[in-house]
Design a protein around this ligand. Structure first.
Ligand code: XMP
Length: 578
């Protein structure tokens, strides 16, 4: 493990800790995330600790806690939300369930004090709250510095012991002066000095690459995504183009232009495995089986490449675009983890990792910092602003069906018997879709929550025939259907880029479903979503003019009978349909 940074975020759950670390780094101070239970002795070298927010209640069995010794050593500690509650709980205060929850914007009344955390911040101000539990009684030696109408203990302090807590979230943009709270903590309370510049990181990273490579060459499997491209580019700058090689695996499941983009990267060659993947997927309709097959084929291709290029020879090390959230437990999505097991199963890669022959130039950086670095290196915005694209590619956007089945009417709309994946709590659902007659997100949300037999609601936006006349037919993944999806996806991407709509959404999957007529057997579903990390997402509306233009153009693609809009948030719908 690296030496301790000046600020350590103790992760008490959820994704809050990452935003807190990011915001501290934005102040020019390097921060890292550690598990909340890290023993105090291992944290003694840090100038300050921040206990993060989290979704639990301090009284629930097994909820995150911290080593109480961190409060006794004179080290500065700031508890945020759950962090304030666990601090109060462990130091003899009282935490209880509030009469009502407080979620969203609130007004804080902050007292005039001499405490450095609150310097210059007294008065009324907008904050962002997300809690039901609250501190009912402060621990001995603490005073209350701020309150809202709902929460009498919104900021606490024991300045002589350098212990502070806030119930609100200074790390989110909706807390108007959040950055000032964090700056006061980092500089005035902890006495940190600036040691991190999220820009201008390239020279230091290049030096690290040269040291890790120690005269050897670096090999990458590049995906065409932001992380592997930036990592690859940094290695090229550090070692020279002749010591860096990349292979891009064309699975035949890529979007229009993806493979050409990879082909244009200097030092990258394309391994054409399209026939291999499509052959293995022939006749398969079940989503989990599709994923499994793709994982297996990927392993085969990687093994072939490692063998044919003699990458296990001493002169090679493996480069990877791993970023900071991938390296710690709470980061990344469950799906990303699944994909990684496939990659890790490649024996040759395991062997390289086991003997330390690996370089991960981005392992300390967050996604935004990788983008910043990419800009510093002059990489094209087209690459840096890319929406995430899943490893299994268009295979999980090209829906299949085992049966022919008619559309059924129901009191709420038409039931389309195409099964898609959804998520409810921790479990997966696989259910048909409800089509309603209006682009109405509120109605869709109410319906999907009320009806048990469906997990998604869509609205029809354009069609060649009345919806009731369309049929679902048995089909699997074929080259013809993939080509159809690729054409529709290219139209959607072009129009959303030209209109700047793509900046308003986090990801915009285009889905092909086997719903149509004999002449035009498929339909397209538009799935624009906003999200922070893909774990939850909201379906985003589109202005009618753009939607009309987009759907009309998609409807002109050969074989497309209808265009629909997915109105479902996640949960209960997932982002991908699978
Ligand atoms: P879901 O469909 O679960 O997707 O709501 C959440 C996010 O994860 C992406 N995704 C993947 N990314 N490999 C990836 O690299 C995968 O196997 C995979 N499956 C889903 C999805 O695109 C969305 O951003």
């Amino acid at each position: 493990m690296n030496p301790l940074p000046q600020i350590v975020i103790l992760d008490a759950g959820g994704q809050y800790c990452h935003l807190e670390a990011r915001k501290v780094r934005d102040l020019g101070v390097y921060a890292e995330v550690r598990p909340s239970e890290t023993p105090a002795a291992e944290l003694a070298g840090a100038r300050g600790l921040i206990i993060s927010g989290g979704p639990n209640s301090v009284y629930e069995p097994g909820s995150p806690t911290v080593d109480p010794a961190i409060f006794a050593g004179g080290q500065a500690v700031l508890g945020i939300c759950y962090g304030q509650q666990i601090m109060a709980h462990l130091l003899g205060g009282e935490v209880r369930k509030g009469e009502k929850g407080e979620y969203g914007l609130a007004t804080l009344e902050l007292d005039e004090t001499t405490d450095p955390l609150f310097a210059g911040l007294a008065g009324r101000q907008q904050i962002w709250m997300s809690h039901r539990d609250l501190v009912g009684a402060v621990p001995p030696g603490f005073s209350v510095a701020g309150r809202t109408g709902t929460c009498a203990v919104a900021a606490i302090a024991a300045p002589a012991r350098k212990l502070y807590g806030v119930q609100f979230h200074p790390e989110v943009a909706h807390t108007a002066r959040g950055r000032e709270y964090l700056a006061n903590f980092v500089f005035r309370v902890c006495g940190c000095v600036a040691d991190w510049d999220p820009r201008h990181r390239a020279p230091a990273i290049e030096e690290e690459i040269r040291q890790s490579a120690a005269g050897r060459s670096v090999f990458f499997f590049v995906s065409g995504g932001v992380d592997s491209s930036v990592a690859f580019h940094l290695c090229t700058r550090a070692l020279g183009a002749d010591r860096v090689r990349g292979v891009y695996v064309d699975t035949g499941l890529m979007r229009d232009g993806d493979t050409d983009f990879a082909r244009r990267m200097p030092g990258v060659s394309v391994e054409d495995a399209g026939e291999q993947f499509l052959g293995a997927l022939a006749g398969v309709t079940d989503p989990e089986q599709k994923r499994h097959i793709i994982g297996e084929e990927f392993v085969r291709v990687q093994e072939r490449v490692i063998e044919s290029r003699r990458l296990l020879d001493e002169q090679w090390i493996l480069g990877q675009g791993t970023i900071y959230p991938d390296t710690i437990e709470s980061g990344g999505t469950a799906k990303a983890a699944v994909i990684k097991t496939h990659h890790n199963r490649v024996a040759g890669i395991q062997q390289l990792i086991a003997c330390g022959r690996i370089v991960e130039p981005l392992h300390l950086l967050y996604k935004d910092e990788v983008r910043e670095l990419g800009r510093e290196l002059g990489l094209p915005a087209e690459l840096l602003e890319r929406h995430p694209f899943p490893g299994p590619g268009l295979a999980i956007r090209c829906l299949c069906s085992e049966f022919d089945a008619p559309v059924r009417s129901s009191p709420e709309g038409l039931i389309i018997p195409v099964q898609s994946v959804g998520v409810q709590g921790d479990s997966r659902s696989y259910a048909p879709v409800l089509a309603i007659d209006a682009l109405d997100h509120d109605r869709a949300t109410a319906l999907v929550n009320r009806l048990s037999g469906v997990n998604r609601v869509i609205a029809q936006v354009a069609a060649r025939a009345p919806l009731a006349e369309l049929q679902v037919r048995a089909c699997s993944l074929t080259a013809e259907r993939l080509a159809r999806l690729r054409r529709a996806d290219a139209i959607v991407r072009r129009l959303s880029q030209e209109s700047d709509y793509d900046r308003r959404v986090w990801q915009f999957p285009v889905i092909l479903i086997p719903l149509g007529t004999a002449a035009a057997p498929d339909s397209v579903v538009l799935r624009p979503v906003d999200s922070v990390d893909g774990m939850t997402a909201r379906s985003v509306p589109m202005e009618p003019g753009l939607l009309e233009k987009m759907s009309a153009e998609v409807l002109r693609v050969d074989g497309i009978a209808g265009v629909f809009y997915d109105l479902t948030h996640k949960p209960p719908g997932t982002i991908e349909w699978e």
